[in-house]
Ligand binder design. Structure first.
Ligand code: ATP
Ligand code: MG
Length: 189
């Protein structure tokens, strides 16, 4: 079976002309299925840039990104990119990105709903596991940063993504909770 992710000679240059900034230059990376990879680097080194390219939220300057052997940089249609993202990729952003008009449980179950599946029970179990199960009917505005971030993690996991991308997913969490999230990710992988 193909690796879940293979990045070949990936280059990303922001801007153009004299103002341009080359953030990734011929980057290569292979990630085997079922593994858990941590990207480390100083602020501004291009970690979020890379995750955004893999998640099809931004487009590369050159190079290939193979998701299960298929080059996603060749997919130009936003409809197709969105459909693939929904089916294969889970995201946890640095800031939670929850939908403010839905409660935590609805937020966590949202990717399933978008695929026509009711995954409310699974979403509730994940919220329980992450310690925010009792808050499932609260709205995001009424919760702390860490609580929201845990709900965002539940949402990403609920959809059983083939590839889970997490950009500083524990930034708002205390030390014990941080460690638990990494353990959960490793178990899941
Ligand atoms: N849309 C953009 N246009 C121009 N430059 C950008 C853009 N996004 C990011 N950059 C620049 O690209 C570089 C890499 O940014 P990126 O956000 O990938 O870093 P990072 O490693 O995630 O940093 P941090 O640890 O602070 O989150 C930075 O110098 C940043 O200023
Ligand atoms: Mg970043």
């Amino acid at each position: 079976m193909a690796d879940i992710l293979e990045i070949k000679n990936l280059t990303k240059i922001y801007g153009q002309g004299k103002e341009n900034l080359c953030v990734l230059e011929n980057a290569n990376l292979t990630v085997a299925r079922g593994t858990f990879v941590v990207l480390l680097g100083p602020s501004g080194s291009g970690k979020s840039t890379l995750l955004n390219l893999i998640g099809m939220l931004d487009t590369a300057t050159s190079g290939e990104i193979l998701l299960e052997g298929k080059d996603i940089t060749k997919i130009k249609s936003e409809t197709k990119r969105s459909a693939l993202r929904l089916k294969k990729i889970g995201f946890v952003f640095q800031f939670d990105g929850l939908l403010p008009e839905f409660n935590l449980l609805e937020n966590a179950a949202m990717p399933g709903l978008m695929r026509g599946k009711n995954e409310t029970r699974r979403a509730q179990n994940l919220l329980d596991q992450l310690g925010v199960g009792s808050m499932s009917h609260k709205m995001p505005a009424d919760l702390s940063g860490g609580e929201k971030q845990r709900a965002a993690i539940a949402r990403a996991l609920c959809n059983k993504p083939d590839l889970l991308l997490a950009d500083e997913p524990t930034g708002n969490l205390d030390a014990a909770r941080k460690e638990q999230v990494f353990k959960d990710f490793a178990t899941l992988a």
